[in-house]
Ligand binder design. Structure first.
Ligand code: RTP
Ligand code: MG
Length: 159
C-alpha cells in the first residue's frame, strides 16, 4: 500500500531556526520532503535551551564555530522530523547538499543549502549522517519514540 518495495530506513531531519523564520522556505522544504516520497513518521516544533544545543553538538566542542553554532541553534524555533524512506539517511543528506553554503552553490546548486542557506552555520537543515547518529538523534528529539515498534507495525514487505 505504501508503494515501497525496499526496506525503509529512518533518519532525523531538522529545519533550523534560519529557515523556520521564513514561511516560504518552510513551505518549500515541507513540499520537498513530500515530493521525494519520505514518510513523515513524526514531527514537532520546538525551541532549544542552550544546554540542549551544547549536548547535541558535543562532538564539535572546541571547534572555532562551536559557540556560534550552539547559540544559533538555540536562537528560535526549529522543526524536527523523523523521516522514513528507502536509504533515508543518505538521500536526505544528498538533498541538503554540502555543509558550506558557498561550496553548495558552486557544486550542487539544486540542493537545499545552496538554495536557502545563509552562511556556513545558518545552513537551513540538519540530517543524521549514519545509522548510529540517526538512532541517537531520533532519541534525542523524540525520547518516547520506539523505532522497533514502529517498524513492527508495518507489513513485513516494507521492513
Ligand atoms: P549537520 O550536522 O547540521 O547535518 O551538518 P553537517 O554534518 O553537514 O556539518 P557538521 O560538520 O556536522 O557541522 C555541524 C553544523 O555546524 C555548523 N557549522 N558551521 N564553518 C562554520 O561556520 C561551520 N561549520 C559547521 C553548521 O550549522 C553545520 O551544519
Ligand atoms: Mg554533522
Amino acid at each position: 500500500p505504501l508503494g515501497c518495495a525496499k526496506a525503509l530506513q529512518l533518519t532525523l531531519a531538522v529545519i533550523k531556526p534560519d529557515a523556520v523564520a521564513h514561511p516560504l522556505i518552510m513551505k518549500a522544504l515541507h513540499q520537498k520532503i513530500l515530493e521525494h516520497k519520505f514518510i513523515i513518521v513524526k514531527s514537532k516544533d520546538l525551541v532549544w535551551q542552550r544546554q540542549d544545543s551544547e549536548r547535541f553538538y558535543a562532538e564539535h566542542e572546541g571547534r572555532f564555530f562551536y559557540q556560534r553554532l550552539v547559540e544559533f541553534m538555540a536562537s528560535g524555533p526549529m522543526r524536527a522530523y523523523i523521516l522514513a524512506r528507502e536509504d533515508a539517511i543518505s538521500y536526505w543528506r544528498k538533498l541538503m547538499g554540502p555543509t558550506k553554503v558557498y561550496r553548495a552553490r558552486y557544486t550542487s546548486p539544486n540542493t537545499i543549502r545552496a538554495q536557502f542557506g545563509l552562511t556556513d552555520t545558518r545552513n537551513t537543515t540538519h540530517g543524521s549522517d549514519s545509522v548510529e547518529s540517526a538512532q541517537r538523534e531520533i532519541t534525542f528529539f523524540f525520547p518516547e519514540f520506539h523505532a522497533q515498534e514502529w517498524m513492527e507495525r508495518l507489513e513485513p514487505s516494507f521492513r
